[in-house]
Design a binder for this molecule. Sequence first.
Ligand SMILES: [Cu+2]
Length: 125
Amino acid sequence: MHKKIAYILTLTALVLALSACGGNKNEAANNSKPSSEAAASQEVIIKAKNWEFDKTEYSIPKDTPIKLTLENESGAHGIEIVGQDIKIRGNKSEVITLPAGTYDIKCNIACGTGHGKMITKLVVS
Ligand SMILES: [Cu+2]
C-alpha cells in the first residue's frame, strides 16, 4: 500500500516538474521572438481627436499579430491598453498580440478638458 502511494507521489512530482519545464521553455521562446511589423497580418487604425476616438469599439482576432496604429487628427493623444503593457504615444504603430477578451483603451497623454472621456474598447475574439 505504501509503495503505491510513493509511486503516485513520484509520478505527481514528475508531472509537475515536466509541466514547469514546458512552461519556462514557452515563455523563453515568446520573449525572444521579436515583434516585427512584417509579422502582422492586418492593421487596425485608431483615429483620435479632441476628445474622442473615431469608434466606440475596435475588433481584432485573438492570438494574432496585429499592427495597431494611432493617428491623431487633432490634438496630441496616445493610447494605452489597460492591464497590458501596450502604450502608443503620438502617431505611431505597434504590433500587438492579445488573447481573447475585452480590453479598455484610454488616452495616456494629458490632452486637456476631455481627456477623461477618451476611452474606447478593444474586443479580441
Ligand atoms: Cu488625453
